[in-house]
Write a protein that binds this ligand. Structure first.
Ligand code: ZN
Length: 423
């Protein structure tokens, strides 16, 4: 790509009169939250809205983009939840999502640059193996990409609070209010009168476990909370219940997870990735453990990430959600798994790793790391597109000792073709 890799913002008037794919310079708060001093630094950005519009045009000219799909709904504050739809075969649909958490800027860029990469590298008359493979993916799959689900929160991160995480929901409690938490650890929360801002939209999906609070292992520190006072910049607040008198009532779902849930229900995706940062870890549902098809694919993803590690020196772990730092409820991956059970899905936590100094976490990851981060995850993203039509075949029993368990080799071809991939 000729132009530099930069971060995207949703859009701004500053782009008026600029050419396609041109950047602007904008003052943004530094990586400090909350930011009472309004310390500012100047950074270059692209417009997600305008870059996607330009990409749709390019993709439509190659007959691999449905330019009529521009968004999947609106945010709480009315911003478009931007989308791009690629590929020619609606029988095998794949979903990529970025930016549930506003401050995780890098999570916008992987799905965005994937769309750009596929369109730029598509050729209806390919001349090499790479071109033939890209053509195969776009002719035989349908790929939905939603790079910035939390459009409101993301806007706040470059306008006033660089480390803002949830959406911008404001809840006003006029009187002290009790919330009974019935599931998991029981407790009664008393919400003091006041205004509380920010639902964690990755805790707010109407899953079977929504509303169950979770804790970091061996501590009283919550990772999912029913308490609006645990909203704000670092929100882990899962939103309010539809009916506070009914312990089984689901959440009042925010517009952003509502739009994505509706999309997942309508499209029945066969594979899905939702990006976050940080810690360099691919999280999978716990059901992988009992499903040879999913386990086999996960082993493949591990190998693909290992191959990338040889080039870019970044190690990624692949683990089940119960093995991650903490568990959550009401998250997108669980929602996907309920809608499309037994299909591959990952929540990649991108750069940096756990030991990174504070200034490089979340939105502070330097622009120079966007491209290598994209490249080290490209093989696994392509394998997710490829795996859509694959399913567990009749298990082949490997003839070894008579008492050994059957070995399922089910999805090898879905990922092995990308081992030697050159970006
Ligand atoms: Zn996140």
């Amino acid at each position: 790509m000729a132009r530099p890799f930069l971060y995207h913002i949703h859009d701004s008037d500053l782009f008026d009169g600029k050419a396609d794919f041109e950047s602007i310079e904008k003052k943004v708060p530094i990586n400090q939250s909350p930011n009472p001093k309004k310390l500012l630094e100047s950074k270059k950005f692209y417009s997600l809205k305008r870059d996607l519009a330009a990409l749709r045009k390019k993709g439509a000219a190659k007959n691999i983009c449905d330019a009529s799909v521009t968004e999947i709904g609106k945010s709480l504050k009315g911003r478009e939840l931007l989308a791009i739809k690629l590929g020619r075969n609606p029988d095998h649909k794949v979903l990529f999502v970025g930016c549930h958490h506003a401050r995780e800027w890098i999570s916008v860029e992987l799905p965005y640059y994937l769309a750009e990469y596929l369109i730029e590298n598509f050729d209806d008359n390919p001349t090499d193996d790479k071109g033939r493979r890209i053509k195969h993916l776009l002719v035989n799959r349908e790929i939905w990409i939603v790079p910035m689900l939390n459009a409101d929160g993301h806007t706040r991160t470059h306008e006033e609070d660089r480390l803002w995480r949830p959406n911008l929901r404001e809840l006003v409690f006029d009187v002290a209010t009790k919330i009974e938490v019935a599931k998991n650890k029981k407790r009664t929360i008393t919400v003091a009168p006041g205004t509380y801002t920010g639902v964690d939209i990755n805790r707010n999906y109407p899953t079977k476990t929504w509303g169950q609070e979770t804790y970091r292992p061996g501590s009283d520190r919550r990772a999912t909370s029913r308490d609006p006072a645990e909203g704000g910049s670092n929100s882990i607040f899962c939103g309010v219940s539809l009916d506070s008198s009914d312990p089984a009532a689901g959440p009042d779902v925010e517009p952003e997870p509502r739009a994505l849930t509706d999309l997942m229900q309508a499209q029945k995706f066969k594979a899905c990735m939702s990006f976050h940062s940080f810690s360099q870890e691919y999280i999978m549902p716990n059901e992988v453990k009992s499903d040879p098809f999913l386990q086999d694919h996960a082993d493949g993803v591990k190998e693909l990430l290992g191959r990338a590690e040889k080039e870019l020196n970044k190690h990624y772990k692949v683990s089940r959600s119960e093995e991650f730092l903490y568990t959550t409820t009401g998250d997108q991956m669980d929602m996907y798994a309920e809608i499309s059970p037994k299909r591959p899905t990952y929540t990649p936590e991108l750069r940096p790793d756990q030991g990174a100094p504070d200034l490089t976490i979340f939105s502070g990851l330097p622009e120079a790391e966007i491209e290598p981060c994209f490249k080290e995850n490209l093989r696994s993203m392509l394998s997710m597109i490829n795996v859509a039509p694959f399913a567990e075949k009749a298990k082949r029993v490997t003839a070894t000792a008579s008492d050994s368990a059957p070995v399922a080799q089910v999805v090898g071809n879905s990922w092995k073709v990308f081992l030697d991939w050159k970006a």
